[in-house]
Ligand binder design. Structure first.
Ligand code: 13P
Length: 254
């Protein structure tokens, strides 16, 4: 089974609707991806507008950056999967290290978000990754593997097959330090093996595993060339069309 090549942008808490609309339009005008699925994960306030813009291009989509694991109700300030779906978004980022760290999101809570996203027919972009001290201790493969086991491996093979995994080493996020292609490849291959052990080769070979952490035009080609790196989850460089478009083009050129 061939897996999807994906370049996703995580805008985080950046842009107002005015600059966000201009950015989404510039990306949509700037590239017509043929074999790459492009996803712009915008602030929730922009999803409806940006979803309308990206309709122009069949391979460009939108995603939310979070959801709450209940269908509806008294959860002031939160967004449900059906609200996100109704404004045209098809993906939801779950388990980003910023949410784990700043909002104390636990593995159990993230597993519930994955479940409700799948139940609502949307695609989770599930993030995992280790902090620097764990990498330095040499236990990173075990640590990230345990995140997957605890937060995803309760899924059926059919549901797991719908999840996009994003490996984002925390020490590489927003720091300008990128994992080397060898470091990314090592982790991605280990994760794919773990998925194969749990769900079989077919599911493992069909799972897109993205790398995130200081992806930029200058390093996109070497990272995306790794056999088990199926694309990127891009933060800072997704905020400028002149950086994000070349990253998409790097994937298209492979
Ligand atoms: P940077 O690309 O800014 O390092 O961010 C990566 C990230 O956290 C994407 O979710």
């Amino acid at each position: 089974m061939t897996r999807k090549k994906i370049v996703a942008g995580n805008w985080k808490m950046n842009t107002t609707i005015t600059d966000g609309t201009a950015l989404a339009q510039a990306v949509t005008d700037g590239v017509t991806p043929i074999k790459t699925t492009v996803i712009m994960c915008t602030p929730a306030t922009h999803l409806h507008t940006v979803s309308e813009i990206v309709k122009e291009k069949s391979n460009i989509h939108t995603g939310a950056q979070n959801c709450y694991p209940a269908e509806k109700g008294a959860y002031t300030g939160e967004l449900s999967v059906s609200m996100i779906e109704a404004v045209g978004a098809e993906y939801i980022v779950i388990g980003h290290s910023e949410r784990r760290t700043y909002f104390d999101e636990s593995g159990d809570f993230l597993a519930k978000k994955v479940d409700i996203t799948l139940a609502g027919g949307l695609t989770p972009i599930y993030c995992c990754g280790e902090a620097l001290d764990i990498r330095e201790a040499g236990t990173h493969v075990k640590y990230v593997g345990n995140q997957l086991k605890a937060e995803l491996f309760h899924l059926s093979a059919e549901d797991f097959g719908k999840v996009i995994v994003a490996y984002e080493p925390i020490w590489a996020i927003g720091t300008g330090v990128t994992a080397s292609p060898a470091q990314a490849q090592e982790m991605h291959a280990e994760l794919r093996q773990l998925i194969a052990n749990q769900y079989g080769e077919e599911v493992a070979n069909g799972t897109s595993i993205l790398y995130g952490g200081s992806v930029k035009p200058a390093n996109a080609t070497e990272l995306f060339s790794c056999p088990d790196v199926d694309g990127g989850l891009v933060g800072g460089a997704s905020l400028k069309a002149e950086l994000f478009v070349p990253i998409i083009e790097a994937m298209e050129a492979l």
